[in-house]
Design a protein around this ligand. Structure first.
Ligand SMILES: *Cc1c(COP(=O)(O)O)cnc(C)c1O
Length: 505
């Protein structure tokens, strides 16, 4: 497109690119064009086109931004995008995608994303978000009720479990410092006592606990990993011993994190016993339910939540187990007063003089300022599917994990690491002819990367006792045991093909 005059450029761009009262027709046009590409994406049979080094190089070049001074047609840009990204994107809804905690998403949640993105509400102050405020509050109330938290509880949407866990550790630290030492960290910053604060979690807890402790200035060493039993659940005897040892060393046990659904094994820490220990020791009890938290809806898993009334805070990820698009997570506090540790009153945004209980400003509970209206997709999903439908999805993925477990348990080519409690199965391929252990690691890594690069299946890997294991993370209720057994067969065939890099070389 050639444009000679600045005025014509301005006119053209004002009429073609900004969303406003004149955009209805163009909005429809753009949406239909997008739909074309999405339909192509949906027609792809494989979870991934596959790759090799040459293609990766080519994609890096195609992503380069050149010639961006003047307008170009959306058609051209979308065509380029299709080749570069859409055709190479990973389909999380594909039944051969069983790697990470990515779920297929509900159609109502996509509609909600379109609405929230198009209207572009920012849920920080009442004057920007109006009734969206109530929708977020209502979804928070719903999940608080599921955990039997009363009216004194509250919560806020966050960008994910990592951020939710950050808020939990911040509250635990600041609350303990204030209650026990009269220290106001928010106002006065660091104080020497804090270097003695210790946080306990199982050795299988998510890395964000350590990472957040570091970000909060407490360091990795403030986190004490507690060993797990053979079901990958926190050993509460070991927790007790670790707390006593910490006190003898002159340090201060401040918080315990119980994981409901560990990232690798889907195991549930014994909440009731941990809760009692935490209360006896006057420690903050945080529940990391990023993965397992939504299973409160599933009859089969309700008993794991007994004792949750003792929790001070909860993390739950809707983008993992409520079939929501990224990102969608919540942080809940049983006592809403504790949100004071993150609140701030800015003159230009939410002056304290303006505080009005009828028109709440959600920013008072959030680390973020400008924030997406992520609650809408949960609200519309709940309204449309109903919690019972979601429960059947969750029961289904749990059943699939158990079925896979039973099938490979008696297969001599496999070694299973645990009995699945949620929807992951960790196992490894064991080549019976291999002579030493390290070869098992090599062959399992080979299997994972071969199946991924060929676009056949995406499986994850993790380490157990220093050895590489493979992992199925099952979050697609439309998957079938036959399809999963087919992946198992591909793993066996790939494992047999593997040629060890001969030691003779
Ligand atoms: C995934 C996960 C997290 C991190 O959540 P994000 O949404 O990825 O930030 C934290 N804890 C557990 C147990 C998880 O599985």
């Amino acid at each position: 497109m050639i444009l000679n005059e600045a005025t014509s450029l301005k006119e053209l761009s004002l009429n073609n690119y900004l969303f406003n009262e004149e955009s209805a027709k163009l909005y429809e046009e753009y949406t239909l064009k997008t739909l074309n590409h999405i339909q192509q994406f949906l027609s792809q049979r494989k979870f991934y086109k596959g790759d090799n080094l040459e293609e990766i190089q080519a994609h890096r070049n195609k992503a380069k931004l050149y010639d961006i001074e003047l307008p170009n047609s959306i058609d051209n840009a979308l065509t380029e995008l299709n080749e570069l990204y859409i055709q190479n994107a990973i389909s999380f809804h594909n039944p051969n995608y069983v790697a990470h905690l990515n779920c297929p998403i509900t159609l109502p949640s996509i509609v909600a994303e379109m609405i929230a993105t198009t209207i572009n509400t920012a849920v920080e102050t009442w004057d920007q978000s109006t009734s969206a405020t109530f929708i977020e509050q209502e979804v928070i109330r719903w999940i608080c009720n599921e955990y039997s938290f009363d009216k004194n509880s509250d919560g806020v949407f966050t960008s994910g479990g990592t951020q939710s866990n950050f808020m939990a550790l911040l509250m635990a630290r600041d609350h303990y410092a204030y209650e026990h030492f009269g220290i106001n960290i928010k106002q006065n910053g660091w104080s020497d006592e804090i270097s003695k604060f210790r946080i306990f979690c199982s050795e299988k807890s998510h890395f964000s606990i350590k990472k957040n402790a570091a970000l909060l200035g407490m360091g990795y060493d403030a986190v004490i990993p507690v060993k797990v039993d053979d079901k990958m659940r926190m050993d509460t005897e070991a927790l007790y011993v670790a707390i006593e040892k910490t006190k003898q060393e002159g340090n201060i046990p401040v918080a315990v994190v119980a994981t409901l659904g560990t990232t690798d094994y889907g195991s549930f820490d014994p909440l009731e016993t941990i809760g009692k220990i935490a209360k006896e020791q006057d420690m903050w009890l945080h529940i990391d339910g990023a993965y397992g938290g939504c299973f409160v809806l599933a009859e089969s898993h309700k008993h794991y939540f007994e004792g949750i009334e003792m929790a001070d805070s909860v993390t739950v990820d809707f983008h993992k187990t409520l079939f929501q698009p990224v990102s969608c997570s919540a942080f809940l506090a049983k006592n809403k007063q504790h949100f004071q540790y993150v609140s701030y009153y800015a003159d230009y945004l939410n002056p304290i003089e303006d505080k009005d209980p009828e028109r709440p400003n959600l920013i008072e509970k959030s680390m973020q300022t400008t924030r997406r209206f992520d609650a809408l997709k949960v609200w519309l999903t709940l309204k449309t599917l109903g919690t019972k439908t979601i429960a059947t999805y969750l029961e289904e993925v749990h059943q699939l994990a158990k079925q896979v477990y039973h099938h490979i348990l008696n297969n001599p080519n496999f070694e299973v690491a645990h009995v699945p409690e949620l929807s992951t199965v960790v196992f490894r391929y064991k080549n019976s002819e291999a002579q030493h252990e390290p070869t098992h690691d090599d062959v399992n890594l080979y299997i994972k990367s071969f199946l991924y690069r060929s676009g056949k299946a995406s499986i994850a890997s993790t380490k157990l006792n220093g050895n590489i294991y493979l992992k199925f993370t099952l979050l697609n209720p439309k998957n079938t045991i036959n399809n999963l057994l087919n992946i198992i067969k591909m793993i066996e065939e790939t494992g047999k093909q593997y040629q060890p890099k001969t030691e003779a070389l």
